[in-house]
Design a protein around this ligand. Structure first.
Ligand SMILES: *[C@@H]1O[C@H](CO)[C@@H](O)[C@H](O)[C@H]1NC(C)=O
Ligand SMILES: *[C@@H]1O[C@H](CO)[C@@H](O)[C@H](O)[C@H]1NC(C)=O
Length: 182
């Protein structure tokens, strides 16, 4: 009798501890997680205007270099929104760089983080790396890994130019990302 009481008590204690862990410390550790996550986000890459978020820092003409010329290095802190319009909810920033890496000027090499500051993935980030042959309608890139909810992930994304103002160099890019959790 005494032993079975003790067992029940121990079991209850374990359940309480588990409940506390799930509710506070480790939300993702215990949440049954599907193997894949799909996210569609929009990145606003603006070279001009009050809200410019991309600058050239080097290239053939130094910081006066054009993004469409081979060798130009761009640093970005681009707003990331839920929908295609800038007015839609901002859920993060795309921070990093890209370089014009194709001799005819029509290809970029990108390396940046998507840092989620709002929405479902707030506090987590994704690491993006790959080429962007931007004259193509759809470009595939790699998702190397991430942090928080995205620890250990690997995946890919499809990039499409949603909107492009070539005169002012203001672009909205759709990123459709699929990652696998390990
Ligand atoms: C996750 O992937 C593993 C191995 O690929 C598989 O055995 C498992 O059933 C998958 N789980 C879900 C929830 O899809
Ligand atoms: C995102 O890409 C997947 C394929 O990887 C596709 O099935 C899905 O329809 C796409 N979603 C959007 C909103 O474009």
């Amino acid at each position: 009798m005494a032993i079975s009481n003790l067992l029940t008590f121990t079991n209850s204690l374990l359940l309480v501890i588990l409940a506390i862990l799930c509710s506070n410390g480790f939300p993702n550790l215990f949440k049954p997680q599907s193997n894949q996550t799909n996210i569609v986000i929009y990145v606003h890459d603006y070279f001009t205007g009050e809200d410019a978020s991309a600058i050239a820092v080097g290239g053939r003409k130094g910081s006066e270099s054009n993004v469409l010329e081979f060798g130009t290095l761009i640093v970005v802190d681009d707003p990331v929104t839920e929908g295609p319009r800038i007015e839609s909810r901002e859920i993060g920033r795309a921070q990093g760089m890209y370089i014009n890496s194709q001799s005819d000027g029509k290809g970029l090499y990108m390396v940046f983080s998507v840092i989620f500051t709002g929405g479902e993935f707030r506090g987590s980030s994704l690491e993006i790396q790959g080429s962007d042959l931007f004259t193509l309608k759809e470009r595939e890139f790699g998702v190397v890994s991430g942090t928080g909810f995205f620890r250990f992930v690997k995946g890919f994304g499809i990039m499409q130019t949603e909107n492009m103002d070539l005169v002012h160099l203001r672009a909205v890019i759709k990123l459709n990302i699929t990652v696998k959790h390990y």
